[in-house]
Design a protein. Structure first.
Length: 468
């Protein structure tokens, strides 16, 4: 929970400086993060999933690069609000490199308290002189120093215009109001989430659920493992509130080693596994098709949930298809085929088709923070058209009594129940059941009586079993 303000700013361990380099070859953590943010600044709000290039960096520096990049993407609108009072021109009018260095510098000062503010300022100034132009350092120096000076200290968050909430539940007291007075607009900037999306959630679930879902987007989500079918103990884990799952607490290197050597455990949030788990209690298909298999997480779950079924998996994306082939190359019941060959391979044979369709990701914004900026009515319409087409294309693959298991990681009715209405009207399918899970357990504005630790964390999801 938040601590009482002590008017101090933590200063610990200055990151190591590195030699100068050109733009194409980042040699330090900050440059690696800034390189990603420059790309984002050039195309905002249409952000794509991107990670810093950290090859050659020490683990500590690589972690710093990821931390800076994540803080900027997760709190883009918040950081602009913090920067704006100290700029003499609109932030939107700045060149992409200047936007990126100011965002990254401010993120270190406001959200990464293990970085001394003076180090964040000096490193940002040096980068601006090298990578923008010599005179750019003066502007960066002035703006970031004022950002630092505007922070009075820590405080208890009471949703005021002069407070910045952090993901660990603490808040920073500023010397001036920077957030909007209107409550929904203020929450939008505080959590860096579009106003339109928040208003949709309020209309759908009410103000309190919408507020908790918005706060959830600030959380760094835990690594959750599906251990439902584990044949032996899974090390470096703690229990999860959802049975069959555990929170992984070891290093990334240890996780990669374990996953490479075991096929009975995989990374999967509890919400992601709801659809297959529930279906496995009701039907026992002998032939399954996973149409949007991605990198194979749900395909793995299908293989263990239906231990006698033959499974065909595919994906339209060539890179993901390559991963699928690698993951299941020696599997005795999973066959990976190209999407163009799917109809010839399985037409009329599928007892169950899994459609884990592309969606807005509005239920998993804690894991996909870049997706919240892309959200729009236009994008939603485009995604709905794709979802309907995927359903229509899957129908010829079904056996006479076959079923469709439809799933998304979206909270939006257009992507969840509306496609089911369309499938019923035009193709005669009716949902045997539907299941909507709102994100929970990761919200940071909780009381001591209502804690929200990693063991309670769950993403948002939707699933339905369609039959006719």
């Amino acid at each position: 929970m938040a601590k009482e303000p002590d008017n101090t700013i933590v200063r610990r361990g200055s990151p190591r400086r590195r030699p100068k380099s050109d733009l194409s070859t980042p040699l330090d953590a900050r440059s690696a993060a800034i390189a990603v943010i420059i790309g984002h600044a050039s195309r905002f709000p249409d952000l794509l999933p991107s990670e810093p290039e950290t090859n050659g960096l020490e683990p500590r520096d690589a972690a710093l690069a990821h931390a800076i990049q994540d803080a900027v993407v997760r709190r883009w609108l918040t950081l602009i609000a913090v920067l704006r009072p100290h700029l003499q021109q609109p932030f939107e009018g700045l060149e992409p490199r200047m936007k990126a260095i100011l965002l990254c510098g401010a993120a270190q000062i406001v959200f990464l308290d293990r970085i001394p503010p003076h180090a964040a300022v000096s490193e940002s100034v040096a980068w601006a002189k090298r990578r923008i132009r010599p005179g750019a350092g003066g502007l960066v120096n002035a703006v970031l120093r004022r950002v630092h000076e505007s922070i009075i200290g820590e405080c208890v968050w009471t949703d005021q215009c002069d407070q910045i909430l952090r993901a660990d539940g603490r808040a920073l007291q500023l010397n001036r109001p920077v957030l909007p007075e209107e409550p929904i607009e203020r929450l939008s900037v505080q959590v860096s989430c579009p106003v339109g999306l928040l208003r949709r959630w309020i209309d759908q679930r009410g103000a309190e659920d919408a507020r908790q879902a918005a706060l959830y987007t600030l959380v760094s989500p835990p690594i959750v493992l599906n251990i439902e079918h584990a044949s032996e103990e899974v090390p470096a884990t703690s229990p999860h509130a959802n049975s069959g799952h555990a929170v992984f607490e070891g290093s990334m290197a240890a996780l990669r080693t374990m996953l490479a050597n075991r096929d009975d455990v995989w990374v999967q949030d509890a919400a992601s596994g709801h659809a297959i788990r529930r279906a496995s209690r009701e039907i026992q298909p002998k032939f399954i098709v996973d149409v949007c298999a991605g990198r194979g997480t749900k395909t793995r779950q299908l293989a263990v949930a239906f231990p006698v079924a033959q499974i065909v998996a595919t994906d339209v994306d060539a890179a993901r298809l390559k991963v699928l082939r690698s993951v299941f190359q020696n599997h005795d019941r999973v066959q990976v085929v190209a999407a163009k060959d799917l109809v010839l391979t399985v037409a009329g044979k599928a007892d169950l088709i899994l459609l884990d369709v592309p969606c807005s990701n509005s239920g998993v914004l804690a894991r996909r923070p870049e997706a919240k900026y892309r959200f729009s009515k236009r994008q939603l319409r485009r995604l709905v058209e794709i979802q309907q087409q995927i359903i229509a294309d899957a129908i010829p693959l079904l056996a006479p009594q076959g079923a469709i298991l439809y799933s998304t990681c979206s909270l939006e009715t257009e992507e969840d129940t509306a496609p089911l209405d369309w499938a019923e009207q035009w193709h005669g399918f009716t949902p045997r059941w539907t299941q909507l899970q709102w994100p929970d357990g990761g919200s940071i504005a909780r009381t001591d009586e209502d804690p929200a630790g990693p063991s309670q964390y769950i993403d948002g999801s939707f699933a339905a079993l369609l039959t006719r």
